[in-house]
Design a protein around this ligand. Structure first.
Ligand code: PEP
Ligand code: MG
Length: 558
């Protein structure tokens, strides 16, 4: 048995023979030309065919994996006719009198290098898109009808050095049981497509998978990142059991898509998703998330090595809002500090960073950082249904300062003639005991609450969430935590506001009855937890369990 460890980027267990993806090598013939006009026309014809093919691929992707996947090929269409790209090709054809195949190869290499050298991880990943689009044009120019792919009659686990998005989507999915790539990144479109199509995928195995393994049985676990070749009996039966269980659950849950999150006795719950980047949106859609309940915006700050600009943030927020097509998107303002340290903020070292200058405290002491983010958020608000929430709130004055900062940004944008929505909901996270105790006052200041149970547990029980030897002392089910949630819920409802839960506890199915009994209006969970949660909600008779749960909560003793 050979065990190879990679990074799982799309969940699920797949088993089948290992197959290496075969790419035809397109050796480019470089030749001089005498008639640049004719060569330019030849390029334009190939470009038009590529654009047409990409349109067909967009439609195929839309049918297989939804609008977000289709958008990728629509973006490729735009790249294929990008003016700078086209101008550079024209100049070289006319100046260097070289054939189009050679010119497209050279120009694409320059553009790919330019993208690859950018600081922003998203832009770096675009280098692969340029190579993908230019490869298509070159193939057309060389009269290659391209029959590369999977020459196997049986479904396989597909191994490759890396896969371009167009390669991924064009493959016959009925032949693919899993992907394993030597390189790749979790935010690459190939990883996104694999997640969206529900195919297990593992990236970054390096050169551990040898071509001589082809044909041998391999089991991949896209959850753990394990690739096992010729598994021994025990490993095989354990992984196959896991696979069976996942498939059974998946079949059951698929039937729940499009259904309401409603209890047997008619109590509704909004089930939203937690995301860390625009790349997570397809998973939200595939899993039927009703909205985004927590976009951890700090991941944008963590992925770069200098302050993200207003434009960069605006683009990320706008992408999420447009992709969610009018469904509510709650973006949390910057929550760094504690475990999420960002060097360029140059924060002073603290003895107790979880209780230090973090999250909203940084925003309120560095107004320029806050203003940049709020401007990006309000600019993006014109593209969907935005709600903004503030983390680590303890006092009413903090919320008032936030509201003043929002107002100032709206005034600036209005003066600059930049559109924004004037109905952006503002909310606070309930993740400190102070916020729970002050929830009657806070409810009068904002539109909604969202309970961060990870931190609320930490601060209520004085248990460091990072500390791994606290065991049962860090107990999110502790009655003190549940009472704090109930207090916040009662106060929210008293003032006609709604309350959600976006900490990990929201997906804990043991707690679903309790949250329904308390009257929680929204649960925000990871995309893969949406359907299991819907399933649980639909099996509960909330009215019947409420009295017992509330009595226990009021009178609970440890
Ligand atoms: C929480 O504290 O529960 C929460 C959702 O925020 P984070 O985990 O990002 O601190
Ligand atoms: Mg938190």
């Amino acid at each position: 048995m050979i065990l190879v460890q990679g990074k799982g980027v799309s969940n699920g267990v797949g088993v089948g023979p290992l197959y290496y993806y075969r790419r035809k090598s397109h050796s480019i013939v470089r030749s001089s030309i005498t008639d640049p006009e004719a060569e330019w026309a030849r390029f334009k014809a190939a470009q038009a065919t590529a654009i047409e093919q990409l349109g067909d691929l967009a439609e195929k992707a839309r049918a297989d994996a939804g609008d977000e996947a289709a958008l990728l090929f629509e973006t490729h269409q735009m790249l294929a006719e990008d003016m700078d790209f086209e101008d550079a090709i024209k100049d070289q054809i006319f100046e260097e009198k070289l054939n189009s195949e050679a010119v497209v190869t050279d120009v694409a290499a320059q553009f790919a290098e330019m993208f690859a050298s950018m600081d922003d991880a998203y832009m770096q990943a675009r280098a692969a898109d340029v190579k993908d689009v230019s490869g298509r044009i070159i193939k057309i120019l060389s009269g290659d009808d391209g029959d590369e792919g999977i020459a196997s009659d049986v479904p396989v686990i597909l191994a490759a050095d890396d896969l371009a998005p167009s390669e991924t989507v064009q493959m016959d999915k009925s032949k693919i049981l899993g992907f394993v790539t030597a390189g790749g990144s979790g935010s690459s479109h190939t990883a996104i497509l694999a997640r969206t199509m529900g195919i297990p995928a593992i990236i970054g195995v390096g050169d551990a998978l040898k071509p001589e393994y082809e044909g041998r049985e391999v089991i991949v676990d896209g959850g753990t990142g394990e690739v096992v070749i010729d598994a021994d009996e025990l490993t095989r039966s354990t992984m196959m059991k896991k696979r069976e269980e996942q498939l059974r659950l998946k079949r059951l849950l698929e039937t729940l898509k499009g259904q309401e999150n409603v209890t047997k006795d008619g109590q509704k719950m909004m089930v939203y998703c937690n995301i860390g980047s625009p790349d997570d949106v397809p998973a939200v859609k595939v899993n039927d998330g009703g909205g985004i309940g927590l976009f951890r915006s700090e991941f944008l700050y963590l992925s770069v090595d200098d302050y993200p600009s207003e434009d960069m943030q605006f683009e990320a927020y706008r992408n999420v809002l447009s992709a969610m097509e009018g469904k509510r998107v709650i973006i949390r303002t910057l929550d760094i500090g504690a475990d999420k340290q960002v060097d360029y903020f140059q924060m002073e070292k603290e003895e107790n960073p979880a209780m230090g200058l973090r999250a909203l405290r940084i925003c309120l002491t560095r107004p320029e950082v806050f203003r940049t983010q709020l401007r990006a958020l309000y600019r993006a608000s014109a593209y969907g249904k935005l709600a903004i929430m503030f983390p680590m709130v303890t006092s009413v004055w903090e919320v008032r300062e936030c509201k003043r900062a929002c107002k100032a940004v709206m005034n600036e944008l209005a003066a600059e003639g930049i559109p924004y929505a004037d109905n952006v909901e503002l909310g606070v996270m309930i993740e400190t005991p102070a916020a729970a105790f002050m929830s009657d006052r806070l409810a009068q200041e904002v539109d909604f609450f969202s309970v961060g149970t990870n931190d609320l547990t930490q601060y209520t029980l004085a248990c460091d969430r990072q500390c791994n030897n606290l065991g049962k002392f860090y107990d999110p089910h502790h009655p003190a935590v549940l009472r704090a949630i109930k207090m916040a819920a009662d106060n929210a409802h008293k003032y006609g506001k709604w309350i959600g839960i976006c900490g990990e506890l929201g997906a804990d199915l043991e707690m679903t009855e309790t949250f329904l009994a308390i009257g929680i209006d929204e649960l925000s969970v990871s995309p893969s937890a949406v359907l299991p949660l819907r399933n649980a909600i639909r099996m509960i008779d909330a009215g019947a369990v409420r009295p017992g749960i509330l009595a226990k909560l009021e009178g609970s003793v440890e």
